[in-house]
Design a protein around this ligand. Structure first.
Ligand code: SF4
Length: 385
């Protein structure tokens, strides 16, 4: 089995009670069957407590929440199951978190989730470009996914190219993201036409520097469309408002965004003025967005091998980038400064609130096909203005 990890993976260590958030609050933890059966056999008072704090919901066993917290989260912000029974008795989700894993035949890809603040700190930390490391284990492959090998190989090569584009320091970030959208929309077209072989031609085109320069120049036609961008961004706020959230307290401050940047000419002027100021203020830290985009591409791009929807994977990354930048600007406006810890807080909250709920990712994927604001041209206008 081949294992691929980002180079920062080995640096992660849970900071437990030192953590400013906790992964034991704000969401429901589903207990895997193996652990659930194990919990039925734990004797004594703790065994009784364990069973009494589990409920069934939609056919799944979950830990009861007390307010927002898992029942086993104690005042010292550590876990009672961990201290009473040891790490091996944690359910699969708690044992793994914030590590995530995806398998494609004999390739296993692992990473750490942005929803954990300590992982976010590591992912966002510096402008050294992220590399990916491959190792090999003797582990037997227990199940092969039912995937198209030709599509898999092509997507793997395309993802490498996408990450190279995102990490190209000679192209400004908005152009890189625009190229990424254009490249993947052409890959998607080949897939939709059932022409997997055709992906090879798209790849060759995007490996040619002359073509890349022309493609960048052609983006000029999307500039000077501030009004359209402003309208689209407003629609984006509304889309996010309709998604599911981890609590009722507007964790992404969408009401504030809608209030600050309501639909009027005066508000539009303030919007562009603030964004321009922030872009200058944050110039040296734009690598954090590069790291964010690479994170999303590494984590989701290859899942297209299962559903043939590479466009949705990339649009999720781009829309997340656009939305997170709005959150950054809002916080900077309110505080008059924007620290690295603010960046960690905004990105991990976004990830916890949006990315971690499969339903949100599925809703977005559907909207990418039905809401005009997610068409390629509209996204390019949002990036180029
Ligand atoms: S959110 Fe991350 S650092 Fe915090 S307790 Fe959970 S795993 Fe540890």
């Amino acid at each position: 089995m081949k294992i691929r990890v980002p180079d920062y993976f080995k640096e992660f260590k849970c900071i437990a009670s030192e953590c400013e958030d906790t992964c034991c609050a704000g969401w429901q933890i589903v207990i895997d069957n193996e652990t659930f059966i194990k919990y039925q056999n734990i004797s004594g008072k703790f065994g009784q407590r364990l069973r009494s704090e589990i409920v069934q919901q939609n056919g799944e066993n979950i830990f009861v929440l007390k307010g927002d917290n898992c029942s086993f989260l104690n005042e010292g912000k550590t876990c009672d199951i961990y201290s009473e029974l040891g790490e091996d008795s944690l359910c699969y989700t708690c044992r793994q978190y914030p590590r995530y894993m995806e398998e494609f035949g004999n390739l296993r890809e692992i990473g750490i989730s942005l929803s954990c603040p300590e992982a976010a700190r590591i992912i966002l930390r510096d402008h050294k470009k992220v590399e990916f490391e491959i190792s090999e284990t003797q582990e037997e492959i227990t199940s092969y996914n039912d995937i198209n090998p030709m599509l898999f190989i092509n997507l793997l090569q395309c993802r490498k190219m996408v990450i190279d584009i995102l990490q190209n320091p000679y192209i400004n970030l908005e152009n890189r993201v625009s190229l990424l959208l254009k490249f993947t929309s052409e890959i998607q077209k080949s897939i939709d036409e059932d022409n997997i072989q055709g992906i090879k031609d798209v790849k060759e085109k995007y490996l040619d520097n002359d073509f890349i320069n022309e493609a960048i120049n052609s983006l000029d036609k999307y500039k000077a469309k501030g009004k359209v961008k402003y309208r689209n961004i407003h629609e984006l706020y509304k889309v996010f408002k309709e998604l599911k959230h981890i609590n009722q307290n507007d964790p992404l401050h969408l009401d504030e965004l809608l209030m600050y940047f309501g639909q009027s000419d005066a508000r539009e002027e303030v919007y562009f003025d603030k964004h321009n100021q922030f872009n200058k203020y944050y110039e040296d830290k734009m690598y954090k967005f590069e790291n964010l985009l690479v994170y999303f591409v590494y984590r989701y791009f290859m899942k297209a091998v299962f559903d043939y929807d590479v466009s949705a994977k990339v649009k999720t990354a781009v829309v997340s980038y656009l939305m997170i930048k709005e959150l950054f600007v809002l916080r900077w406006m309110k505080n008059g400064e924007f620290t690295d810890e603010d960046a960690v807080d905004e990105m991990h909250t976004y990830s916890k609130d949006i990315e971690h709920l499969e339903e949100n990712i599925e809703t977005l994927a559907k909207l990418f096909k039905t809401n005009d604001v997610f068409k390629l041209d509209e996204l390019l206008i949002m990036l180029m203005n």
